[in-house]
Ligand binder design. Structure first.
Ligand SMILES: Nc1nc2c(ncn2[C@@H]2O[C@H](COP(=O)(O)OP(=O)(O)OP(=O)(O)O)[C@@H](O)[C@H]2O)c(=O)[nH]1
Ligand SMILES: [Mg+2]
Length: 196
């Protein structure tokens, strides 16, 4: 998969008609500050998404239209960067509005091909994550897990963490990634290509 172009389309703050672009879409979701926006930039090899060391950087669902070349033909795909959840400094009202936004967006959008659920490889799942697993299973959504910030752990620990996470989710593929050194970039892009 060769990325030819990537453009910011818009930020979505309130639920609206979701299928207006009518191209396959991949959503990046997960806890605040895990590295969702960085992952998009690394995958696209362009700094299109805003990142920050302070949690709560992404405050809307930001859409990026991506043109790529595969098997000699040019195609379009949408990457959507979600606000992170579980960040305590965001007010309860704001957080609830994000939850509603994300839930409505995901459940009503027929273009979504896969959720990419991004984890910090060093963190364990907690009750909030487990609630999300239930929601994903109840709604029969297709999800793949990506353990990012792998550069922060030794390869031994990375392998152990990957094995541990495979216990939490059945029927989901797990990938290891680093936005810092590009680990797993090719694998994740190829995976995305197989699901669109
Ligand atoms: N070492 C390392 N740092 C990373 C990696 N990915 C992201 N970071 C750092 O983690 C911080 C958060 O990254 P973001 O990409 O903004 O995270 P996010 O999940 O989009 O955060 P929110 O939008 O606030 O939910 C930044 O300081 C990044 O530089 C990685 O793979 N390795
Ligand atoms: Mg972000």
């Amino acid at each position: 998969m060769k990325i030819l172009d990537a453009q910011y389309v818009k930020g979505i703050l309130v639920p609206e008609r979701k299928d207006m672009y009518n191209i396959p879409e991949i959503c990046f979701l997960g806890r605040s500050n895990v590295g969702k926006s960085s992952m998009i930039n690394t995958l696209l090899m362009r700094k299109v998404a805003r990142t920050s060391s302070t949690p709560g950087a992404t405050r809307m669902i930001n859409l990026y239209r991506v043109q790529y070349e595969a098997k000699g033909s040019k195609k379009w795909i949408m990457f959507s960067d979600f606000p992170g959840f579980g960040y305590s400094k965001v007010s309860k009202t704001t957080y609830q509005s994000w939850e509603k936004l994300i839930e409505g967006y995901v459940l009503e959008n027929t273009c979504i091909r896969r959720l990419i659920w991004v984890f910090d490889i060093r963190r364990d799942m907690d009750t909030l994550d487990k609630t999300l697993i239930e929601w994903i299973e109840d709604n029969r959504l297709d999800v793949s897990l990506v353990l990012t910030k792998a550069d922060k752990e030794s390869s031994n620990v990375v392998a152990k963490r990957k094995a541990l996470f495979s216990n939490y989710v059945e029927n989901s593929q797990i990938f290891v990634f680093s936005s810092k050194d590009g680990t797993g970039r090719k694998e994740l892009l190829s995976h995305i290509l197989t699901v669109v």
